[in-house]
Design a protein around this ligand. Structure first.
Ligand code: AMP
Ligand code: GLY
Length: 428
């Protein structure tokens, strides 16, 4: 099977690794300069932003299907361009990708299908007075969200009404360009965050093991929001009862709702959840695999992953291609460049990856590049070190052991990935 993989980070390295370990004869093509992805794929020189060029490449090279990692090309309609040319594609259409690309769309959609989520109202930039009135009418904290894609930076949790008003004002004055021309103002949800990924052909779906990301930059969930500093899978927060509620009240209605409205969602639907007292509410939907969640989740599934994604892409999901290793846990620790998510330096030589691999860890590259045969750091997030274990504790300990074997200047990681999960297990 010939697969074109779009995307450049740890999620895509992990997808490439899993697609190649399918048992099916798979060849990956990729335009990425990420050293981990390059090692597993045939490099292709195409402009990732030019969907017509991608389509031409797929037709010329007889690519069987395309897997898209990041949200941006999906929100910009890569799915529509490729499908119009008859190329199967794992990833939603532009209309279905609005579930991530427009927060007001996602909230209204959830409302229509009674999907549990925080109470909210949306306002466009000519409604500043109304937005302020709404802020005055609700309690604090208040969450203000830019409507469009803002690379994870468009959400501000405000402790006071004054702060909320000033954030809205800034968004309306163009801080996030078009993405902030509309805002969602919503109630603050208490609880712990977790996520569920569903592979779907628009109608049927398979749920992958649950996961928990650690989004803040510092230990103890302090510091700035990042793309994610590490993840565990499965998360003990989601037991069978919570999972059933998530499936019945969130995943199934979302997939059916999008199909009913004429834009079935084909790809990976990511439900970001807040869980409190054994009940989940949706914080956000994403239209793609999560990163780093994917790096923790995919090592736990067995079976023919390439055929699983292909079957979803052609609208005939076959869940027999997916098996779980039920007694395993995994932990992914992200090695970042000091300073991330703000300013950081890159270009430092990395050593010790093979040592971590010898220990049995999987090392996925988030931001690396090979220059003159030297592996260099090339991003804010640099590597993901993943280990599995029969218990969560074993998985955490092994991934930290792997982490300690890898060196590069300005290496930074959190020291408490998975500890929330351990604490939860101890207290239940
Ligand atoms: P989002 O981009 O919507 O996932 O928001 C980014 C982060 O902001 C989430 O991962 C949460 O930590 C936080 N967040 C978003 N919405 C809420 C909410 N309604 N209540 C509490 N925290 C939230
Ligand atoms: N790790 C969060 C995300 O992928 O959106």
């Amino acid at each position: 099977m010939k697969i074109l993989l779009i995307g450049n980070g740890g999620r895509e390295h992990c997808l490439a690794w899993r697609l190649l370990n399918s048992g099916t004869d798979a060849t990956i093509y990729s335009p990425s300069t990420n050293a981990g992805i390059q090692k597993l794929s045939n490099f292709v020189k195409i402009n990732e932003k030019d969907f017509q060029e991608i389509a031409r490449f797929c037709i010329e090279q007889k690519i069987d299907f395309v897997v898209v990692g990041p949200e941006e090309p999906l929100a910009n309609g890569i799915g529509d361009v490729l499908r119009a040319r008859g190329i199967p594609m794992f990833g939603p259409s532009k209309l279905a990708a609005r579930i991530e690309a427009s927060k007001s769309f996602a909230k209204d959609f959830m409302n229509r299908y009674n999907i549990p989520t925080a109470r909210y109202k949306s306002f466009s930039f000519d409604e500043l007075a109304k937005a302020n009135e709404y802020i005055d009418s609700i309690g604090t904290p208040i969450v203000v969200k830019a409507d469009g894609l803002a690379a994870g930076k468009g959400v501000v949790v405000c402790e006071s009404k004054e702060e909320a008003k000033s954030v809205v004002q800034k968004m309306f004055s163009g801080e996030f360009a078009e993405a902030g021309k509309k805002v969602v103002i919503e109630e603050y949800l208490e609880g712990e965050e977790a996520s569920i990924l569903a592979i779907t052909d628009g109608e049927r779906y398979v749920l992958l093991p649950s996961s928990q990301d650690h989004k803040r930059s510092l230990d103890g969930d302090k510091g700035k929001n990042t793309g994610g500093m590490g993840a565990i899978s499965p998360t003990p927060l989601i037991d069978n009862k919570v999972l059933k509620q998530i499936e019945d009240e969130i995943i199934r209605p979302a997939i059916q709702g999008m199909a009913n409205e004429g834009y079935p969602f084909i790809g990976c639907l990511y439900a970001g959840l807040m869980i409190k007292d054994g009940k989940a509410k949706v914080v956000e939907f994403n239209c793609r695999f999560g990163d780093p969640e994917t790096q923790a989740v995919l090592p736990l599934i067995q079976g023919d992953f390439a055929s699983l994604l292909y079957s979803a892409s052609v609208g005939k999901l076959n869940s027999n291609f997916c098996d779980f290793s039920p007694n395993n846990f995994s932990c992914c620790v992200i090695l970042a460049s000091r300073g991330y998510p703000d300013k950081y330096e890159k270009g430092f030589e990395i050593s010790g990856v093979e040592d971590a691999e010898k220990l049995g860890c999987l090392v996925f590259h988030s931001g690396t590049i090979l220059v003159n045969d030297k592996l260099l750091s090339n991003g804010g997030r640099v590597l993901g070190v993943v280990a599995m274990g029969n218990t969560l504790k074993q998985a955490i300990e092994k991934s930290y052991l792997g982490t300690s074997l890898i060196q590069f200047e300005n290496k930074y990681h959190r020291n408490d990935i998975g500890y929330k999960g351990l604490k939860y297990i101890e207290s239940h």
